[in-house]
Design a protein around this ligand. Structure first.
Ligand code: ADP
Length: 482
């Protein structure tokens, strides 16, 4: 799925980068232009004031009287003042002018005149000869606090205007040029940033349910993208293992269901071909019914496990007496053990009764499974013990047998679905390898746990721990995934 250029991260990155830079550049150009222009104008004003001051003090030393225009020229030469200067007498008429002032006069408007009369100076920018701009200062000449004349000093602003014009030109020419190169730089830089994303996207597109073993290539950096790739690969690990479990589960389930179906079909075919008497047909139907029962059990167990995995196994939690339940199970165990002459005993390691919160029916199913297994995997004449104990806030039930035991290497898997230590033999016993995973799912749904200790040839102990107060979150029992 191609992304249009305008929507690409690369374009957006470059666009915002260029826009930000353009705004910053324009703002700094404007600021520097105005700052430069203002400083230069202030400098000119200060120069003009300085010249006017010097002329003022020279006149004061003259001690009044008419202006000495020659002396003014001498001052101008000595001070090397690059300015137009005009002196006005107390009647405000022009009396002396510097040589460079060809017109022999400078503008002296009513505002300037008013200011000077008030003994203060006045700055203005005036135009002469059409397009030439002058900065003009009109300052009073004072004697004993009285106005005795006016000194006007002006300087040509042409140079300043020319410099500012050149500055503007530089900004206008260099700005777009610099911006172009910055955009190009940004575009190439964003390419470097986005390239791994494109690579990772292309690799991710290749991954589907069929090739979940593939992983995204590492970017080689421990940055955000590196973290994203690691997280994505971890997610693929989990997905892959979940898919593997689902495949294994459906494979095992169909295998388990196919066996009774094959038996059903085989027996039916044989009977239809060879059987003659109603008894023979009845035997076949009887055997078929057993296989149907077996399939029904497997399907029920699978449904129960599926529910508990999706967290839908609803428990009917209420308070009941665990001691009573264990007592009843003990009696049931004794009956079950009779056929194999297995002696079943009960050990109660608590002083009083033990009320507990839980689903009594499910817990009965749990313990019956363990007792039935204990009897199933214990040779004739063996022993089975039920023990009820307390461990802090947990109730503990041990089911110990003196049976064949479980090999060490098989112990971690006995709670897995469809796991059987001796595959051929157990099937004959009617076991499908789902009993212990159901036991575990019921224990976990109660917020409890189950473990096994077994010595091959000597026997096994299954230990169930259940919280006396019931599951931590009764409305939402924990889902188990084995
Ligand atoms: P099954 O229906 O085959 O008994 P379970 O899930 O109940 O399946 O048990 C899984 C496997 O664990 C059994 O096939 C058996 O090999 C082993 N097992 C369970 N309980 C015992 C026990 N008390 N003694 C020895 N082996 C046991």
């Amino acid at each position: 799925m191609a992304i249009s250029l305008l929507r690409s991260i690369r374009f957006r990155l470059t666009f915002w980068y260029a826009l930000t830079l353009a705004v910053i550049m324009a703002a700094s150009a404007l600021f520097s232009y105005h700052y430069f222009s203002k400083t230069m104008r202030q400098q000119i004003d200060e120069d003009l004031l300085n010249i006017a001051d010097q002329i003022g003090s020279a006149y004061t030393r003259q001690n009044g009287g008419p202006f000495d225009c020659d002396q003014l020229q001498t001052h101008i030469h000595q001070g090397n003042w690059d300015a137009y200067i005009l002196l006005r007498g107390n009647n405000l008429r022009a009396e002396c002018a510097s040589d460079n002032l060809l017109a022999g006069d400078l503008e002296f408007g009513p505002v300037a005149m008013q200011q000077v009369r008030w003994l203060s100076h006045h700055f203005e920018t005036v135009e002469i000869d059409g397009d030439m701009q002058l900065r003009l200062l009109s300052a009073p000449l004072k004697q004993h606090g009285n106005l005795v004349g006016v000194v006007q000093v002006a300087r040509n602003l042409g140079l300043l205007q020319q410099t500012l014009g050149e500055l503007r030109l530089i900004y206008l020419l260099i700005g777009p040029f610099a911006l172009f190169w910055l955009c190009l730089g940004g575009w190439l830089l964003s390419d470097q940033l986005v390239a791994p994303v494109i690579e990772v996207t292309a690799a991710a597109r290749e991954i589907n349910a069929e090739n979940l073993l593939r992983r995204l290539p590492s970017t080689g950096h421990h940055d955000e993208l590196g973290q994203m790739v690691t997280t994505f690969n971890q997610m693929l690990d989990r997905l892959e293992s979940a898919f593997r479990r689902v495949r294994q589960f459906s494979g095992d389930a169909s295998h388990e269901l196919r066996t009774p179906l094959t038996i059903l079909r085989g027996e039916t075919e044989v009977t239809m071909r060879w059987a003659k008497t109603p008894e023979e047909f009845r035997d076949m139907l009887h055997s078929n019914l057993e296989e149907i029962d077996r399939m029904e059990r497997i399907i029920e167990n699978l449904l129960l496990l599926a529910k508990s995995e999706s967290g839908e196994l609803t428990l009917e939690i209420r308070e009941f007496n665990l001691s009573d339940l264990v007592q009843a199970l003990y009696l049931q165990g004794r009956t079950l053990g009779e056929a194999k002459r297995i002696s079943v005993s009960l050990r109660v390691g608590i002083e009083e009764e033990m009320p507990i919160r839980g689903d009594e029916l499910r817990l009965r199913q749990l313990f019956l499974n363990l007792i039935a297994n204990g009897i199933k995997y214990t040779p004739e004449g063996g022993k089975l013990e039920l023990a009820l104990l307390r461990e802090g806030a947990m109730a503990r039930v041990d089911v110990t047998d003196t049976g064949i035991g479980i090999p060490i290497e098989a112990q971690p898997y006995v709670f897995d679905r469809f796991y059987r230590v001796d595959k051929a033999r157990n099937r004959m016993d009617g076991g499908s390898g789902l009993g212990l995973s159901i036991v575990k799912s019921i224990a976990v749904a109660h917020g409890g746990q189950i473990s096994v200790h077994s010595t091959p040839g000597r026997g096994s102990t299954f230990t169930v721990l259940l919280p006396i107060g019931g599951p931590p979150d009764e409305s939402n029992p924990p889902a188990i995934i084995s």
